[in-house]
Design a protein around this ligand. Structure first.
Ligand code: GLC
Ligand code: CA
Length: 563
């Protein structure tokens, strides 16, 4: 918006002078996983009415955008990422009237709504697919990728969620294979077909006309395929993204989507994944390309491993991504979402002694970096991994199928369960912990997935009352971000680069400089910033009396105003 462009003519030499202000850059995005947020009718499944009942809570966080995981009609093979009708609401979640009420309730509170757009694939129960599989000559045949078995078996493609990891599923009805990069119930759509593209753009317009404020493009970097399906070298599946992502015509499709839909509304757009190189990432998001607004790069969130991770590596990755986008383009900043285990369990320390403090430290990191913060529901309470040890407790199609796969290949199942306990997506999908009553106040029925037993201590009601809770820290730091434009747009400079325990950086804009110091360890650590911290003003800290000399206590985080 031109009217918002901010130029301080008294400060012509400042490189930060010329900032391109956008609401989606200044926003804090709060991600809601509807299935697990709040159940209004006791069927054990979170729903839209449940979210509506929590609108004042969402408002109290200070966030400006809600991103909702898919709420469209779906048989729920992959919790809504398998859409059977893009213009309807999933029965479990409610009705279109509930949706309209939710959107209105958010807008009344000054909060925008971003919807998930799942169009790399649909459900196999979508009418398009039912038609498509019915005969080789059906008008919908080319909405998907088919390979007639008369031609033999196509070259292998890897499926993430299939029991055999085989992305080609044989369908006897027409003696042909269809392609599915995810589960068998998620056939990939054929973006080469202009009719399919038009259908998707019409769906986007349907929602944009309702007044939603943006789209998150699910798995879209895989949408474009080389439909000759050439052979890949052995082992390609270990780096399948290199072969699958950013296929031919992807940018043509995005340009068309921008021209047909995005450019006509005041909506934001964000891609899941940022391709395979910085060039790929820039090509997706640079404004002069007229494609998308931003993307998530996964390199940062992928750093966490069961055996721990190197703070030096963490700093190096986030610093590199920042520097590559310092002049052009825009990214998101996040440490968790519905596809990851809990932030505090992976990147912090979920031991009761350090859970609170390390959650606040990680939150400080997210809220003080350049890029739009995406914050996953429950992290504002410091919710931890569920750590299920019995396969019966898992619900995620990817874990259930991988379990069978590992059994089939005679793998060490104990080792598999151990890995899963740390990294499973279900860790981040347990019900939101509202209070200490049965099922954490999430449902009066039986929850679709077990509640984390620690809800008696970790819950919204208790944390709301405690001024020092993770929740109230989150509210304060969201406000701090909104009050300090330097945290959004300011130049980032890494300090004390080789310190293996701490992360320190400055953010500078128009002569204003903020300093962030973070200790990533469970022991004290000294950070050397060469700045006079003693004279700086503390803006926020996660200990009652923040450090003023660079000596940081375990997981201590302090943000200062240096000048
Ligand atoms: C994305 C979603 C994930 C889903 C997959 C298939 O990665 O975030 O939850 O399983 O796409 O749609
Ligand atoms: Ca319900």
């Amino acid at each position: 918006m031109a009217g918002l462009s901010c130029r301080d003519h008294s400060n012509q030499n400042n490189i930060d002078d010329n900032i391109d202000r956008k609401w989606w850059k200044e926003a804090v995005v709060y991600q809601i996983y509807p299935r697990s947020y709040m159940d209004s009718n006791g069927d054990g499944i979170g729903d839209l009415k449940g979210i509506i009942s929590k609108l004042d809570y969402i408002k109290s966080l200070g966030v400006n955008v809600v991103w909702l995981n898919p709420i469209y009609s779906s048989p729920n093979d992959d919790n809504g990422y398998d859409v059977s009708d893009y213009r309807n609401i999933m029965q479990d979640f409610g009705t279109m009237a509930d949706f309209d009420e939710l959107l209105k309730g958010l807008h009344q509170r000054g909060i925008k709504l971003v919807m998930d757009l799942v169009v790399n694939h649909s459900s196999d129960e979508h009418e398009w697919f039912k038609q498509s599989r019915s005969s080789r000559t059906n008008p919908y045949r080319d909405y998907y990728h088919w390979w007639n078995a008369d031609r033999g078996k196509p070259n292998p493609r890897y499926s993430l969620f299939d029991v055999n990891h085989d992305a080609w599923m044989y369908d006897a009805k027409t003696n042909a294979y269809y392609l599915h990069y995810f589960s068998r119930k998620q056939p990939d759509l054929n973006w080469e077909n202009p009719k399919l593209r038009k259908e998707v753009f019409d769906i986007m317009k349907f929602w944009a006309d309702k007044g939603i404020d943006g789209f998150r493009l699910d798995a879209f970097q895989f949408a474009a395929k080389d439909t000759t399906f050439p052979a890949f070298p052995p082992g390609y599946e270990k780096e399948f993204s290199k072969y699958y992502a950013m296929g031919p015509h992807l940018h043509d499709y995005l340009e068309e989507m921008n021209r047909e839909v995005l450019s006509k509304y005041d909506v934001m757009s964000v891609a899941e994944g940022a391709g395979n190189s910085f060039k790929d990432a820039h090509d997706l998001v640079d404004s002069d390309r007229h494609e998308l607004n931003m993307a998530y790069a996964f390199e940062g969130v992928d750093i966490a491993k069961p055996e721990g991770y190197s703070v030096l590596h963490f700093k190096q990755v986030f610093s590199k991504w920042d520097s590559v986008f310092a002049e052009k383009g825009w990214l998101s900043i996040f440490l968790a979402n519905h596809d990851q285990a809990r932030m505090v369990s992976r990147f912090g320390n979920d031991n009761p002694q350090f859970r609170d403090i390390s959650s606040k430290m990680l939150t400080t990191f997210i809220m003080t970096m350049r890029g739009t913060p995406y914050y996953y529901n429950g992290d504002e309470l410091g919710m931890t991994n569920a750590g299920f040890t019995d396969i019966k407790d898992y619900r995620d199609v990817s874990v259930l199928n991988e379990y069978k796969h590992q059994q089939n290949i005679g793998a060490d199942m104990q080792a598999f369960m151990k890995r899963t306990e740390f990294s499973a997506r279900d860790n981040g999908r347990t019900p939101f912990q509202w209070n200490a009553s049965a099922n954490a106040g999430f449902t009066t029925g039986t929850p679709w997935i077990n509640v984390n037993p620690n809800y008696k201590t970790i819950n919204e009601e208790a944390e709301d009352k405690d001024p020092n809770s993770v929740l109230n820290y989150f509210r304060k730091i969201v406000k701090l971000r909104h009050d300090n434009r330097a945290l959004v747009y300011g130049k980032y400079t890494l300090l004390d680069k080789n310190n293996p325990d701490t992360y320190a950086y400055t953010r500078e804009l128009n002569g204003k400089k903020l300093l962030v110091t973070l200790n990533f360890r469970d022991h004290p650590a000294k950070v050397n910033t060469r700045l006079d911290i003693g004279k700086a003003k503390v803006l926020i800290g996660n200990y009652a009396s923040p450090s003023t000399n660079g000596m940081l206590r375990p997981y201590e985080a302090v943000v200062y105003k240096v000048n």
